[in-house]
Write a protein that binds this ligand. Structure first.
Ligand SMILES: [Zn+2]
Length: 342
């Protein structure tokens, strides 16, 4: 499997950057709470939503700028099933299912990619179903584990759906990469309540996004990047020394030597673990996102009374694993339910 290796290299100037307004302080809890009725004809009053949350949806003269429900109803008017899913995503997790914008991405060795905005309707609807399933999972997971939303944000996300293609404009070929990217219409978040930056671009044909597991894990990985940035670019500062020592000892391409240190099994095709891919911005950030994903996968397994994903706790590996595990738990999650090491 291959993830897009330039997640932090792409300049984010190609944007319709909205004008930031003075305060985003109310934004962390703006979504409509889960109500006792499911999506229905009796829509609740619009919650006070920050203006910027609407940036990925088409404007409509029928809707107030901040009335996300109204904007969603308009955007999805042609597909009732997708509309219901988009409203459900908003109601359960404050998720806004919008679109990316049209631009040309310089994709390194993948060449030039054309990113086209595309709502998840019609044959793209299955992706919205997976995103809603992921949102339900995260809501249950984080609520049960009482993770502090001021320390780790998993909800009130904006999804910018797109399709990618390459080749001459008159005969473009659809592409399945990048699957998703956290970089967006503004630089990475500087705080946990930065609404425009807590958004991720999502490829309706993404190669990592063909199953509920793949979608959930890809979203988790990307959302960790946003939290990492919101914590002052935490991972290089805190994990950098151990990460560099591992790479120095093993070499970035030595899969056998790196295996005990790799938090997740995602590989770059024909290469190394995604967490250790050298041509990948500041790769310690990828290690951190994969470590966060490992934390989630182990805790999810424990919640579900399943075996740990690899049969072995990450923290019970080499001492570097233990230190990075403890550090990420302390900074973001304040929770370690994995049994002590033997
Ligand atoms: Zn990443």
């Amino acid at each position: 499997m291959m993830k897009w290796p330039w997640i932090f290299l792409v300049a984010c100037s190609h944007s319709q950057t909205p004008t930031p307004t003075a305060s985003t302080s109310a934004s962390a809890s703006v979504s409509v709470p889960v109500s006792s009725v499911s999506v229905s004809t009796s829509a609740p009053d619009p919650a006070p939503v920050h203006l910027e949350r609407a940036f990925a949806l088409p404007k409509s003269s029928d809707c107030k700028e901040t009335d996300i429900r109204c904007l969603l109803e308009h955007a999805y008017a042609s597909d009732e099933k997708s509309k219901a899913l988009a409203l459900e995503l908003f109601d359960i997790a404050g998720g806004v299912a919008g679109t990316d914008h049209d631009f040309t991405m310089e994709g390194g060795f993948r060449g030039t990619l054309h990113i086209t905005p595309a709502l998840p309707i019609g044959d793209g609807r299955a992706q919205l179903e997976r995103v809603v399933a992921a949102a339900r999972d995260f809501e249950a997971f984080f609520a049960k584990n009482k993770v502090d939303p001021e320390k780790y944000r998993w909800r009130d996300l904006t999804f910018r759906f797109f399709r990618s293609s390459s080749g001459p404009r008159n005969k473009e070929v659809e592409r399945t990469t990048p699957s998703a990217y956290a970089i967006g219409p503004r630089p990475m978040p500087k705080s946990i309540d930065d609404d425009v930056s807590f958004s991720l671009a999502y490829n309706l044909k993404g190669s990592l996004l063909t199953s509920e597991n793949g979608v959930r894990e890809t979203i988790f990985h990307e959302v960790f990047h946003m939290n990492d940035a919101a914590h002052g670019d935490w991972s290089p500062r805190v994990l950098g020394a151990d990460y560099d020592a591992i790479v120095k000892k093993c070499g970035a391409m030595n899969v056998a030597c790196l295996t005990p240190y790799a938090p997740n099994d995602t590989m770059v095709r024909g290469g190394t673990f995604y967490a250790f891919e050298p041509n990948n911005g500041l790769p310690v950030r990828e290690y951190a996102a994969e470590l966060a994903l490992r934390w989630y996968k182990e805790h999810r397994a424990i919640m579900r009374h399943e075996q740990l994903p690899t049969g072995k706790a990450f923290k019970c590996g080499p001492p570097e694993n233990r230190r990075s595990w403890d550090a990420i738990v302390k900074e973001f999650f304040a929770l370690d339910l994995v049994p002590p090491c033997p």
